[in-house]
Design a binder for this molecule. Structure first.
Ligand code: GLY
Length: 318
């Protein structure tokens, strides 16, 4: 069995690419890296890689992680600027014995020495978003960009190896140096090939309060199906946050176990995700919350067309 699952519609082209590799016996590390790079390279996605939205100083600072579920190797970068594919730098760091999570200038020096591609990640389109937001910001609370956030994935190859990876530009207009859940093990991602993996998208500050990805893997280890594990972890933690703090940030989790079974749970309306397995061609699902439970339905062609139309529509400066 092989499979890959990823947050948001934006991941489906990457999921397709990974599926093509996995069905030919490709490695879960190579497949997930290729899938995340596909999202990082697409200029119209505003929250990952090239075209990602900048911090309050108009710099694009990116976070990414990679985990190998066989060895439990982890590599991650945070607040890295001017490199095309943070996920590949994270994967390279996973091979090191120490220094696995590098931030800012240290991450950039490492990436430069290792010969990773430099790129100015701030697009003209992102600059327009920035200038528009500066005009609005006095009236608005800072939030994850609605409808878009981290790409997080879990992958299983035919040899039973599992991986997880994330990549994000984090909160639009964040403080310089702010780091969310995506490069943080157990929060933005976790995977163990003996069990399965999970990955998160949403408000990093809240996801980190519950180490929600690790919690889902823990529940799967106890025998829960990925759907039950996601549902329980997200519902319980959302409730906990509301009771203790009066509100809970956006939180959407995807998971897959080592049999290729998968699950998704969210506390928001309109969450989309992409999945492919040996038995399921790459498909985008939308999740609705019905009586407190997450229900997944394939996205219609109309929804998919509208999605791409709005992402690539000309942007007007306000
Ligand atoms: N989930 C992405 C972030 O909060 O940075």
């Amino acid at each position: 069995m092989w499979g890959i699952i990823a947050t948001w519609r934006m991941a489906v082209e990457g999921v397709q690419k990974a599926a093509d590799m996995l069905k030919e016996g490709g490695d879960a590390g190579d497949a997930i890296e290729a899938a995340v790079r596909e999202v990082e390279d697409f200029p119209y996605y505003k929250s990952v890689g090239y075209g990602g939205l900048p911090n309050e100083e108009m710099e694009v600072e990116l976070d990414a992680a990679f985990m190998d579920g066989d060895t439990l190797d982890i590599g991650a970068v945070a607040a890295i600027r001017d490199f095309a594919n943070p996920v590949s730098i994270a994967r390279r760091l996973a091979k090191e014995k120490v220094n696995n999570l590098l931030v800012g200038e240290g991450a950039e020096k490492f990436a430069h020495k290792e010969g990773f591609e430099r790129k100015n990640m701030l697009t003209d389109r992102a600059k327009i978003h920035y200038r528009n937001r500066v005009k609005e910001i006095t009236q608005q609370e800072i939030r994850p960009y609605s409808g878009h956030d981290t790409v997080g994935m879990v992958c299983l190859d035919t040899k039973g190896k599992m991986t997880s990876a994330t990549s994000t530009s984090g909160l639009f207009m964040k403080k310089k140096g702010r780091v969310g859940d995506s490069p943080v093990s157990g929060s933005g991602f976790y995977v163990d090939s003996k069990v399965g993996g999970a990955s998160a998208t949403g408000l990093g500050e809240d996801v980190m309060k519950g180490c929600v990805s690790y919690e889902i893997v823990r529940l799967m280890r106890e025998g829960l199906h990925p759907q039950e594990a996601c549902q329980r972890a997200v519902s319980q933690f959302d409730k906990e946050l509301r009771e203790r703090r009066g509100k809970a940030g956006d939180m959407s989790l995807i998971a897959m176990n080592n049999k290729g079974e998968w699950g998704v749970a969210t506390n928001i309306e309109g969450f989309s995700f992409a999945v492919a397995t040996e038995n399921l061609k790459p498909v985008v699902y939308l999740t609705r919350i019905v009586d407190g439970k997450c229900v997944h339905e394939p996205a219609t062609q109309e929804w998919l067309d509208e999605y791409m139309r709005t992402r690539t529509a000309p942007l007007v400066e306000k």
